[in-house]
Design a protein around this ligand. Structure first.
Ligand code: 5GP
Length: 138
């Protein structure tokens, strides 16, 4: 498989599709996951194209994980979470559904199970309300 420049996240990166944006710098973009596994589920992408971790230029990982850490702290504080799960899938067999490298930041609360991956579409107002909480903690 080779990188498809028309994947959904490439279109979001080019501004051709909307997202509920949280943070952007020269190398990364963070926005709300549209089918969250928990309230406040965030995605962080490198802007450089690669399908997954496996074909990425190692130079992307420093800026990518700096943004992951920054957003993880803001998600934990803004959402009042007990903990943060960070996930990242490579290939369909591993559960990857969008083929532009991305990292999931999922807030966790004691005793609350995760919803299904790529399960139910969230209401835009809920995404925006959670984004406001996270951005207030950025
Ligand atoms: P993957 O399975 O590739 O690791 O995760 C893709 C994630 O992107 C899923 O959690 C899914 O909910 C999310 N997603 C899919 N399409 C869109 C979209 O158009 N906008 C946003 N914000 N998230 C999306």
């Amino acid at each position: 498989m080779s990188y498809d420049p028309n994947n959904i996240f490439a279109k979001i990166l080019r501004g051709e599709l909307p997202c509920v944006k949280l943070y952007e710098d020269d190398h990364t973009l963070a926005f709300m996951d549209i089918m969250p596994q928990a309230e406040g589920h965030v995605l962080v992408l490198p802007k450089a194209p690669s399908e997954s971790l496996l074909d990425a230029d190692p130079a992307v990982f420093g800026p990518l994980f700096a943004t992951v850490q920054r957003l993880a702290k803001a998600v934990k504080d803004g959402m009042g979470a007990d903990g943060i799960t960070v996930t990242q899938f490579n290939g369909p067999a591993a559960g990857q559904t969008v083929f532009h490298l991305h990292v999931h930041i999922i807030p966790r609360w004691e005793g609350v199970a995760l919803r299904r991956h790529s399960g139910t579409m969230e209401n835009a107002d809920v995404l925006k309300a959670n984004a406001a909480k996270i951005m207030a903690a950025l």
